[in-house]
Design a protein around this ligand. Structure first.
Ligand code: AMP
Length: 281
């Protein structure tokens, strides 16, 4: 597996692969890889001739009070995982390789970025769209793989690709969970044992909400209230949001009569913010 830190190194490999007529799959990540990331890499491995994993904690998608400095990192472990899964190249640039002095160009998707995480993280999705656009240009990937764990991100990247005519297919992949149901996340490592146990309430609340929707409940507020009250029954959980939006425009709905995304963000003990969701097509 090639370890690249420079954009030109990636481009040189891509040029060779393209010349040979090979297809390229890209898995964008912020590293500290777990089975959720692995599922995307495995899918890319099955569907593409060459697989590039980017491993970059993207500074411009973090707000000033967020966890950029403490975000967990373990590049050697990431390399072992990627190599074991048969990735061809891991791209691990420094921030100043991605953002040159005088960097002033940003990509954003409005409307879809306003609800859910966009409310409490106002610059987040512009940071995501910008780095993802750069990665698409650097890797010339045919397909890029994103998890439904970050459902709003997936919807926004798909819309950006459609609206701006990027030559790439976006593949959404299901959420990978721990055995007890907690969605796998690099940020789970911030939780101590007690918080980890209590975080399970998030999945339990969403499971109840999903049952309600699937058995025909149309009143979005009823579902939201149920989910919220289950989560709030655990005192160390503070709900940032519980929201039901339509799974196209990501705007709030009162009545459930089409594809919806039910998404939550929850602060555990005021220090760790976890997200989870379910989609009913
Ligand atoms: P991150 O490193 O957290 O930026 O995530 C990189 C990619 O992995 C994103 O497309 C995420 O949605 C995806 N991902 C993270 N956790 C999971 C999970 N538990 N299941 C599936 N995909 C995931």
């Amino acid at each position: 597996m090639i370890r690249a830190t420079k954009i030109d190194e990636v481009k040189a490999n891509v040029r060779e692969w393209k010349k040979a007529g090979l297809t390229i799959g890209l898995v964008p990540t912020m590293g500290y890889l777990h089975e959720g990331h692995a599922s995307l890499i495995e899918r890319a491995r099955r569907e593409c001739d060459k697989v590039i994993v980017s491993d970059f904690v993207n500074p411009i998608q973090f707000g000033p009070k967020e966890d950029l400095a403490t975000y967990p990192r373990d590049f050697e472990a990431d390399c072992r995982l990627c190599e074991g899964l048969g990735a061809d190249l891991i791209f691990h640039p420094e921030p100043d390789e991605m953002y040159l002095d005088g960097f002033h160009s940003y990509v954003g998707v409005d409307t879809l970025s306003t609800e859910l995480c966009g409310k409490s993280r106002p610059i987040h999705f512009n940071g995501v769209c910008t780095v993802v656009s750069k990665l698409f240009n650097i890797t010339e990937a045919d397909k890029a793989y994103f998890g439904e764990k970050d459902a709003q991100q997936l919807a926004i990247v798909k819309r950006m690709v459609r609206d701006l005519n990027f030559n790439i297919e976006i593949v959404g992949c299901p959420i990978i969970r721990e055995e007890d149901g907690l969605a796998k996340s690099s940020r789970n490592t911030y939780l101590n044992e007690d918080e980890r146990k209590k975080a399970l309430i998030i999945h339990q609340a969403l499971t109840k909400g999903e049952q309600m929707v699937r058995s025909g409940e149309k009143d979005a507020n009823k579902v939201k209230e149920t989910v919220r009250s289950i989560i709030e029954s655990e005192p160390i959980c503070r709900v940032d949001y519980v929201e039901i939006v339509d799974w196209n425009e990501l705007q709030k709905v009162d009545t459930i009569d089409g594809p919806i995304l039910t998404a939550v963000a929850v602060y555990m003990d005021e220090k760790v913010r976890l997200i989870d969701n379910f989609i009913v097509e």
